[in-house]
Design a binder for this molecule. Structure first.
Ligand code: PLP
Length: 369
């Protein structure tokens, strides 16, 4: 007998995994926007120390982590929801807000997890195309809101296109969103952005009654494998909505201890941001030498169309993309196909160490020769 799962579950799209697992050492993993550096020794030590008491459940209030985040962001601990990665907070928000009568609005291409929200809830997704510079078209996003819209997502900087919009544009957008529509500003990469600093968007929480800034320890903080993220919320109702649909112990004790410790090392974190900026400049220069102009990156990765030639069809672009990604994989460099992320012929490449960036450029040159 075949297993009967619900129609709802059957519609949930498969997350496009990077395929960077069970590979030999020495492969440059540039497909998942992770931090190329291992966690700081103090962070590893904090996680290890927490393991000694894992016969106990976590304190479900996660007070030390939420207080450290409050100090880090200036947001009251009562307005912070922590989660098992920021995706878990995102999915909980969708579960709390969306059903088959509602609409969800987001730009496309954007984060590949967003389509999970409409599939899991039965809501209708309204996908708004990015503008010609691969940026969010906030006017079009605002115009797509109807009286059935419950949630609007803005990914800034946007994954997979690496571009960002400025605070003034976001402020003007928020002013157009009705009070009862929740806005999720997904800032997974905000520490790498040029438009504004992470602390600059916190005052936006005063400007819309139900805004959540979604942040993560998976990218800059280098803790993708431990799964910790959080939402900074403008209303206690938003925190309560997320908590309502989840199990009580969302973050494990080792992850909570590591994340709390990770906030205590701003010097090391700033050095990583500086390294990502240097990579951005070096990779853009190398791509330029190949006649490629990437989108204006404000993240730890870049996004560009491969040179398929004027008048190439989508099929030709797609074939080039798959061949180049396969050639690079063969040469030990993993990058992401853009087709799976919404744009045939494009690729997304995470910045690695300076040596990995060089390897990527060398192998791309060879693949295009
Ligand atoms: C990587 C990423 C996240 C973070 O996911 P975690 O669950 O925190 O690892 C969230 N949003 C976007 C747009 C991302 O690219």
């Amino acid at each position: 007998m075949p297993l009967k799962i619900t129609d709802r579950a059957a519609k949930i799209p498969h997350y496009p995994a990077a395929g960077g697992y069970s590979l030999p050492d020495g492969v440059a993993l540039l497909a998942s926007n992770e931090c190329p550096d291992p966690p700081l020794p103090e962070v590893v030590a904090a996680a290890a120390a927490a393991l000694g008491a894992t016969n106990r459940y976590p304190d479900p209030s996660y007070r030390p982590l939420r207080e450290a985040l409050a100090e880090h962001t200036g947001v009251d601990p009562s307005l912070i929801a922590v989660g098992n990665g920021s995706c878990e907070v995102l999915l909980a928000l969708g579960e709390a807000l969306l059903d088959h009568d509602s609409e969800l609005v987001y730009a496309w291409p954007a984060f590949s997890v967003y389509p999970h929200l409409e599939a899991a809830s039965g809501a209708t997704a309204v996908r708004v195309p990015l503008d010609g510079d691969h940026r969010h078209d906030l006017d079009a996003l605002a115009a797509a809101i109807t009286d059935r819209t419950r949630l609007v997502i803005v990914c800034n900087p946007n994954n997979p296109t690496s571009t960002a919009v400025g605070l003034d544009a976001i402020r003007a957008f928020l002013a157009k969103v009705p009070d009862d529509v929740v806005v999720l500003l997904d800032e997974a990469y905000i520490e790498f952005a040029e438009q504004y600093r992470p602390e600059d968007s916190v005052p936006l929480l005063q400007e819309h009654p139900h805004l959540m800034l979604l942040r993560t320890f998976s990218k800059l903080y280098g803790l993708a494998g431990l799964r910790v993220g959080y939402g900074l919320c403008s209303s206690p109702e938003l925190v309560a909505a997320v908590e309502r649909v989840r199990q009580p112990f969302v973050v494990n004790v080792a992850a909570a201890a590591a994340a709390t410790e990770a906030l205590r090392h701003p010097g090391a974190i700033n050095a990583r941001i500086a390294q990502a900026r240097e990579s951005r400049a070096a990779v853009a220069l190398g791509l330029g030498a190949l006649g490629i102009t990437p989108a204006a990156s404000e993240a730890n990765f870049c996004w560009f169309d491969l040179p398929a030639g004027d008048g190439a069809t989508d099929d030709e672009r797609s074939a080039l993309e798959h061949r180049v990604v396969a050639d690079l994989r063969e040469a030990g460099v993993l990058i992401r196909t853009g087709g799976a992320l919404g744009r045939p012929g494009a690729v997304r490449v995470t910045y690695g160490t300076p040596q990995e960036n060089e390897r990527f450029l060398t192998e791309l040159r060879a693949a295009l020769a």
